[in-house]
Design a protein around this ligand. Structure first.
Ligand code: NBP
Length: 477
């Protein structure tokens, strides 16, 4: 017999994806640089389905039915190139290499181009959901050619997460790097979601005076409403957890320095290149960075702040309701920014990405899964050319209803000295878009003054320059 799919790279992700394929009735060829991982998988989980264990690259390739589907699940970066270099010479035109690692989309574009010359389809695929998702159904974001999706799509649909309406959480995102690009933005949005939730927690603790256990209950309540999502759910779990060794809230015994693997940073770097304001995602990345500067924080402890004056009773409860409004409004903004980046990436690289389909495949399996995504999908389905989520009437109405509370929460944060970069960036973005006039006009005046960079006028076509050093008359540039 031959295998419908092969997986090379059998660490946590590859092993669980291989098991997922096998549990869904596919014969799976297995390969790993260190063969013991391959044999361990068969020993532990061999009864779950049909596996073909192989040791050499030649055996692995020979075990695959044609056209071959070879999935790489190794560490992103150089290891992926090394594995491609090892296998590509053994493949034939029409075969597919699927990279399910967290590759940078620019690497995916390069690899796709190089392999296309050899007639091999390279399918850069975003996979979200961690190891549990890999086993029970991840959200899958494949890029690559239409032909490769025709062959691979049905298999990915089988192993993917299913939304509440039963739809598989996978779609052909677009050519070459489109899948990894969308996965990158997914992770950026994930950073923003986590930062906003973190700020909500800090406000409930420092301004409203609640304990972690009380805040866990508040999050549980929020999770039954419009904020219903995986991240809110696990936040309640983490906050209610008590450290066995000390009896203290778990969140109080963890060092408050957040780490990152880099996909959030990529989202911001690429947004800068594309000129897309993703201020909420950027603040989330910077907030993790700030938290990690232990020496700088220690050296800043003496800096003055306001005297703490926590609320209590009914005031605290009313404040908690306001924080829910602020969190929801800020979340709408960070998704607005993320989808703007997807649209801009699509335009830059000619991908023609269906934003409604992207929001639909994030409804289950991935870290940012949320009831909210159904609404985003509905917005894009109603108007596929929606220029921004904020142009959707429903979202605009919800923000209108939330904005007074949103502003109150930020005012309280500022008064009490609680850092809220995510909430503040989101509100500034909203007010920036709303503003009838921005100080950008002044910026243009300054640029013209010091660098003769010229400006446009509100009442005439063309470019102009004022003779700042002379009689200050205006000339056509
Ligand atoms: P790791 O990212 O820890 O990679 C370990 C695997 O890479 C092992 O199979 C290892 O083989 C192999 N490998 C390395 Br390292 N260098 C190699 C080389 N030069 N040649 C061949 N194989 C090499 O595994 P992971 O955490 O399972 O993640 C796999 C991919 O999935 C990564 O790209 C990751 O970013 C992505 N991802 C991870 C998650 C997650 O939640 N962990 C979620 C979504 C995506 P060995 O056994 O011989 O050392």
């Amino acid at each position: 017999t031959s295998a419908q799919i092969g997986v090379t790279g059998l660490a946590v992700m590859g092993r669980n994806l291989a098991r997922n394929f096998a549990r869904n009735g596919y014969t799976v060829a297995l390969h790993n640089r260190t063969a013991s991982r391959t044999h361990d998988l068969v020993k532990e989980f061999g009864q779950e389905g049909d596996f073909i264990a192989t040791e050499t690259a030649e055996e692995f390739v020979a075990a695959l039915e044609r056209p071959r589907r070879l999935m790489i699940m190794v560490k992103a970066g150089d290891p992926t190139d090394a594995v491609i270099k090892e296998f590509a010479p053994l493949l034939e035109p029409g075969d597919m290499i699927i990279d399910g690692g967290n590759a940078h989309f620019a690497d995916t574009r390069r690899r796709e181009r190089e392999l296309r010359e050899q007639g091999i389809h390279f399918v850069g695929t975003g996979i979200s959901g961690g190891e549990e998702g890999a086993l029970h159904g991840p959200s899958i974001m494949p890029g690559g050619s239409k032909e490769s999706y025709a062959s691979l799509g049905p298999m990915l649909e089988k192993i993917s997460a299913k939304a509440k309406d039963g739809a598989p959480c996978v779609t052909h995102v677009g050519p070459d790097g489109a899948g990894h690009f969308v996965k990158m933005v997914h992770n950026g949005i994930e950073y923003a979601d986590m930062q906003l939730i973190g700020e909500a927690y800090q406000l409930l603790r420092d301004v409203a005076g609640y304990t972690p256990a009380q805040i866990a209950d508040i999050f549980r309540t929020w999770n039954t409403g419009r904020l219903d999502s995986y991240l809110i759910e696990i936040t309640a779990e983490v906050l209610s957890h008590v450290d066995a060794a000390t009896g203290k809230p778990f969140v109080d015994v963890v060092v408050d320095q957040a780490e990152q693997k880099g996909t959030g940073r990529w989202t911001v770097q690429i947004a800068l290149d594309l000129g897309v304001p993703v201020s909420g995602i950027a603040e989330a990345v910077f907030a993790r960075s700030l938290s990690g500067h232990a020496a700088l924080r220690a050296a800043s402890r003496h800096l003055a702040g306001p005297r703490p004056a926590p609320l209590s009773g009914a005031e605290a409860a009313a404040f908690a309701d306001r924080v829910e409004q602020a969190l929801y409004a800020s979340k709408i903004v960070s998704y607005t920014q993320g989808f703007h980046e997807i649209a801009a990436g699509g335009e830059e690289y000619g991908w023609d990405i269906d934003q409604g389909a992207v929001s639909a495949i994030w409804r289950a399996g991935c870290i940012i899964r949320a009831a909210f995504l159904d609404r985003i999908r509905a917005a894009y389905d109603a108007r596929p050319d929606l220029p921004s989520l904020l142009s959707d009437e429903t979202f605009a109405r919800e923000i209108a209803a939330a904005q007074d509370d949103w502003r109150e929460v930020l005012a309280a944060a500022v008064r009490q000295g609680v850092p809220t970069p995510g909430f503040a960036a989101a509100l500034s973005y909203y007010d920036g878009l709303r503003a009838p006039r921005l100080p950008a006009a002044l910026t243009q005046g300054q640029r013209d003054f010091f660098g003769a960079h010229t400006y446009r006028r509100v009442d005439q076509e063309g470019a102009f320059h004022t003779l700042w050093g002379g009689d200050r008359s205006e000339v056509s540039a």
